[in-house]
Design a protein around this ligand. Sequence first.
Ligand code: TYD
Ligand code: MG
Length: 451
Amino acid sequence: MAKEKQVFFCKECGYESAKWLGQCPGCHSWNTFVEERITVGAQRNSAARRDAVAPTSILKVTTADESRIHTGIIELDRVLGGGIVRGSLVLVGGDPGIGKSTLLLQMCRRLVHDNTSVLYVSGEESLSQIKMRAERIGAFEQDMLLLCDNDMDNVASAIGKCQAEVVVIDSIQTMVVDSLGTAPGTVTQVREVTARLMQLAKQLNVAVFIVGHVTKEGTVAGPRTLEHMVDSVLYFEGDGNHGFRILRGVKNRFGSTNEIGVFSMTESGLSEVDNPSGVMLNGRPTGVSGSVVVSSLEGTRSILVELQALVCQTNFNMPRRTSVGVDYNRVNLIMAVLEKRAGLNLWGYDAYVSVAGGMKINDPAIDLGIACAIYSSMNNKPLSDSLMIIGEIGLAGEIRGVSNVMQRIREADKMGFTCCMIPKSNYDKTMEKLSIKVYAVSSLTEALTLL
Ligand code: TYD
Ligand code: MG
């Protein structure tokens, strides 16, 4: 017998609990639990099915020819791992207004241009609104099917009937399965809709893109509650103050993750940025202390970014430390190493570290850059404008090797830098022949003396 049950879900990550909790044990966010009623079906008697299932030998499994559909947008293809895989379910998450609908509509335009059939389902916008947006990004030369509906049963039958190769659902939070009886956007709804779309994608071998809004307030379940259910997860980041947007792959069953695609928002939709370093370094101040250029490896590309530090005397008992775009704990650790191993007296100084341009960096190769920026600002000593710094810092004050050094140096060379500082363990003789001057350092003190 099916019966109704009351449960609480975290609307950030989907953690389920029998009672309300102030803080989510799953993602540690506060006040994210919402009450929902779910129907629990009667246990299926699966004894009969159990006999029918038998394991298969891996040698006998044949892989279906994995022909990918190219979107024609190079930055998007790269993040998808070389194009769209048929039968895959891709989640595109991001803040409202960041450009998810625009990106997907542009993708659809390119797809229909290459004679791929596309169905665009919108639960948010009317037909004329979509048409208006389409006119902004450029005329459609081929036909594309549109559907404005938010009932999952209708959408499912439309997908079955029109036999499109690619389907876009904009957005998952507006779709409802009527029989569940809950409001659209709740955790149970978005999960059920996603599960149905997954089934459709695999059955009909269509690629399905779903849009998911990331929201902090309200009762809308975020895309993180779906991450484990889909094949690929792409997040669209960037802040409204900067024209550029970064599409980041955080999960991909058919390719590598950590790839990024860089776009800029223009009057006529998103345009691809083929030289991200140029964009990131645009407007860099010259001859200012605390500014350093570092290299961050994003997937297969190395991107040069400007890192800034500001160190000034504190007016409080406890000095203030703030970081934007880099890990806060990492900055504290580097400052501790600077105090202990390089004799820098940072106690009594506030320190602010930020990545210019609003990018977020996780690459440990920027450690040495952070240290040099802090040192430069502390001593009010500007560094050379044509110097690029890479290296990871250990607790003993040693500079550890980083990956893909040659690629990073080449990018710096291409961008017109004349010298770079790298870890000694990454140095080899062939680097002498390069037009860019390479300084190899093995410890933090050595690096700071060299500056
Ligand atoms: P949109 O794709 O609607 O965002 P999302 O679907 O993620 O909520 O993007 C909307 C923003 O993009 C809006 O602020 C206007 C801007 N925009 C442009 O600047 N140029 C354009 O050509 C288009 C279509 C949108
Ligand atoms: Mg939208």
